[in-house]
Write a protein that binds this ligand. Structure first.
Ligand SMILES: [Fe+2]
Length: 533
């Protein structure tokens, strides 16, 4: 039975289901009146006043038997107190079904949420079947949420028929429309990875793209809990982003902008501009991040710490080792930026922290998967510019870490190491070498770097024959400076990547196309370019 009182099933087309919210008609259901604030109830110029599921739904971190379902109530999403126009304690029901009409419901339950939880709901639903598609939705009072689609991981040991996974990063709301998220959703992947810079911390107009900003951040540069909650809510009002969350479970890891540009451990962006409360700021950012992401309770922050690194297993096909390369890193060497810097090679320096590194190498040792995938933030491959400098913010600035992970693959005999990366706002495809200084060194793994959803504005296509990055770094096989995402298909025999691009993000509705496609074959690290599709 669907939620009691409901008298009309959702529309039959999945695409329509995922795109549309649904508030039940007043006559259709009775329920507890929501404790809306006066300003939210009156609307005050807010077109969505009265609806509470304005931020959509999401799911994440599936295993074979369970998944996290998420929503957050906000009749007035941009409220400056970060509470979205809510007050008091609210009960929210959820249900999960095998079909999009919700005629075969397999589990239902209820959660309470309040101001302390930022009016977020995280339901960890257990007792599901492995490798199965589900549909879910929430209800509170007379309000029914849009429906989302999710999926459990295959059972342990099962390789399965393949996984459609897309990954994305860097969605600066002001720099463009989230059309790339729309296309990502339209592909209907089984799984989505987001590798950070999901929100940006800046106040309106302080980070302007070369092609101009198309919309403004609400609120000041994010520092307080209310600021971060408001910023997440603003991003989540975007229909394309909601569609991308509703289409598949996500595995998320933050990068720097969820807190502060280029922060490192306890060190904030610019020490010359003091931030006496940076640890408090980090705690605020983490708390809002947890509230707004479909993360399991084990990721719930404790003060300014948050356990984000984890492995999500997709049967015996793939392990997704999701990394946190911000919280435990040493400060950037030689004052950050692009440098020729001897300190970068100091083996005592770490990007992951000792504990995460030991954990990851143990994961490699225990892996029986076809593909061991790192879902992480910053550029892994060596990348030198014409002056021989490298980026101090990426793995090149922490060469000891770069080498220890590479050796970890080799020592453990990892069958197929693949690194997925965000951060740099450009697409790249890289072969990973045992030793970058030796041109004959063997290829030991592969890195796929996704461009941004919007950050940096429209960008432009480029001629590979005219690209210094490729000339100076022969292990780098592809680079493109347009916006988009990477769509992959992972099977027992190959890992295929389609680099998706859009001509423009400063106008809504532009189509996406595949700029280049590459295949990594099983037990054969490195890239083969294939016909785009
Ligand atoms: Fe970014």
């Amino acid at each position: 039975m669907p939620f009691s009182g409901e008298n009309s099933p959702l529309t039959p087309s999945r695409r329509t289901v995922l795109a549309s919210g649904a508030a039940l008609g007043a006559a259709a259901a009775v329920g507890t009146a929501l404790p809306l604030t006066a300003s939210a109830a009156q609307g005050a110029g807010n077109p969505s006043a009265g609806e509470v599921f304005t931020l959509g739904v999401a799911s994440g971190d599936p295993d074979p038997y369970s998944v996290v379902l998420w929503t957050r109530l906000a009749p007035n999403p941009l409220a400056e107190d970060g509470l979205g126009g809510m007050r008091g304690t609210v009960e929210v029901e959820w249900e999960i079904a095998r079909d999009e009409r919700f005629s075969r419901i397999v589990r239902r339950g209820r959660e309470r949420t309040d101001a302390d939880a930022g009016y977020a709901v995280h339901a960890e639903v257990a007792g599901l079947a492995p490798g199965t598609e589900y549909f879910y939705r929430f209800r509170t009072g007379r309000h029914l949420s849009p429906a989302g689609r999710t999926r459990t991981a295959p059972a342990f040991g099962v390789v399965g028929s393949g996984l459609a996974m897309s990954f994305a990063s860097c969605s600066q709301y002001e720099h463009g429309y989230f059309t790339a998220y729309h296309h990502l959703a339209a592909d209907e992947p089984d799984l989505v990875l987001h590798l950070g810079d999901y929100i940006y911390e800046y106040k309106a107009d302080s980070y302007v793209s070369p092609t101009g900003n198309v919309r403004d951040h609400s609120g000041p540069e994010t520092e307080t809990l209310a600021n971060y909650r408001q910023r997440h809510a603003q991003y989540r009002t975007d229909a394309d982003l909601q569609a991308a969350h509703a289409v598949a479970p996500w595995l998320v890891v933050p990068d720097d902008h969820e807190v502060d540009n280029n922060w490192a451990g306890d060190v904030y962006e610019k020490p010359e501009i003091p931030q006496p409360n940076f640890i408090e700021r980090r705690a605020n950012a983490f708390r809002a991040l947890y509230e707004n992401m479909p993360l399991r309770r084990r990721s719930k922050p404790s003060g300014s710490h948050m356990r984000l690194y984890r492995t999500v297993r997709w049967g015996a096909l793939a392990n997704f080792h999701m990394l946190d390369t911000r919280q435990y890193r040493d400060d950037q060497a030689c004052d950050d930026g692009w440098k020729v810097c001897a300190d970068a090679a100091d083996p005592a320096r770490t990007l992951t922290g000792d504990e995460q590194e030991a954990w990851l190498i143990e994961q490699f040792r225990r892996s029986r998967a076809r593909w061991d995938v790192l879902g992480q933030q910053v550029f892994f491959a060596r990348r030198v510019n014409a002056s021989g400098a490298t980026s101090m913010d990426s793995w090149d600035g922490y060469r000891g870490s770069q080498e220890r992970i590479t050796e970890g693959w080799l020592d453990a005999g990892v069958r197929n190491p693949v690194v997925l990366t965000g951060d740099v706002h450009t697409h790249w495809a890289n072969e990973l070498k045992a030793n970058y200084a030796d041109p004959d060194s063997e290829v030991v793994g592969t890195e796929l770097v996704t461009t941004s959803i919007t950050s940096g504005g429209n960008g432009a296509d480029s001629d590979p024959n005219d690209d210094n990055n490729l000339k100076l770094n022969p292990h780098i096989k592809f680079r493109n400076n347009q916006r988009g995402y990477v769509r992959t298909k992972i099977t027992r025999d190959e890992f295929r990547a389609d680099f998706r691009v859009l001509d423009k993000v400063t106008e809504p509705g532009h189509p996406a196309r595949t700029r280049a496609s590459f295949v990594i074959a099983d037990r054969n690290p490195g890239l083969t370019e294939v016909t785009p599709r």
